[in-house]
Write a protein that binds this ligand. Structure first.
Ligand code: KIV
Length: 265
């Protein structure tokens, strides 16, 4: 299997074909996902909730993400590895530089940062230093306290415009990937029109170039009621690797996400 790079994702965007991303936090699952054909692995700060049992992602540290990025990279997957910048770990220029250095040296190919148009300067800083970025917009879980819960974003004309303008500004600033979480389909469609980079969606409708799910969600082992955008791929699979394969194929043939996983309004 060929190594997946940013150029692979850009080709998908240019050719209007799809790619898949799952979260993984260790060598074993990273290897299973990679062998199943998944293109990109996110070492997400969701590990604070699914591995560490916290109620939010806020307690996750740079050392946590660096450790799990090393574990994923050690599996030598063919996947592009994206590592999350945790809460407040890029708040100052020095923090931003130190965090990116640690995560890239741990094996990340791209760093993901949550926010909005406030990320323009950070994207430029990283671009000048050779660090590829993924900007996470919409329901950004690190902002859960400002949002007052995990809620769909961009439902009003004003908040939708803010998201669309932010995506356009970040695309122009040179971000390499945009990730959209929990936004109505029409907002995603508008963002696809004003951007050129690969867009990854989670609860953002069918039009993004790629889709991402938290590994525990797609395997159906997250406690509690699953979010609307989640599909349990273990239901129709005989093994974890089959579930990863089914997810990858469903993303690539466009059958996931289906309307029941999306927010129309
Ligand atoms: O941390 C994470 O896993 C994420 C995904 C939900 C996109 O940010």
């Amino acid at each position: 299997m060929a190594q997946i790079t940013l150029n692979t994702l850009k080709k998908h965007r240019a050719e209007n074909t799809k790619f898949s991303m799952v979260t993984a936090y260790d060598a074993c699952f990273a290897n299973l996902a990679s062998e199943a054909g998944v293109d990109t692995i996110l070492v997400g700060d969701s590990l604070g909730m699914v591995l560490q049992g916290h109620q939010s992602t806020l307690p996750v540290t740079v050392a946590d993400i660096a450790y799990h990025t090393q574990c994923v990279a050690a599996a030598s997957p063919h996947c592009l590895i994206v590592a999350d910048i945790p809460f407040m770990a890029s708040a100052t220029t020095q923090d931003a530089v130190d965090t990116a250095r640690e995560l890239m040296q741990a094996g990340a190919h791209v760093v993901k940062v949550e926010g909005g148009s406030n990320l323009v300067d950070l994207v430029k800083l990283y671009r000048d230093q050779g660090v590829a970025t993924c900007c996470h917009l919409g329901l950004t879980p690190q902002f859960v306290n400002q949002f007052g819960g995990y809620r769909v974003q961009g439902r009003t004309d004003e908040t939708a415009k803010r998201l669309i303008d932010a995506a356009a500004a970040l695309d122009a600033a040179g971000t390499d990937i945009i990730l959209l979480e929990c936004v109505p389909n029409h907002v995603t469609d508008a963002i696809m029109k004003v951007t050129t980079v690969p867009v990854i969606g989670i609860g953002a409708g069918p039009s993004p170039t790629g889709q991402v799910l938290v590994m525990h969600d797609l395997l159906g082992i997250t406690p509690g009621k699953p979010a609307r955008f989640v599909k349990n791929f273990m239901h129709s699979s005989n093994s974890i690797q089959d579930a990863f394969r089914a997810y990858d194929q469903a993303v690539k043939d466009g059958s996931f996400p289906a309307p029941e996983h999306c927010f129309e309004e």
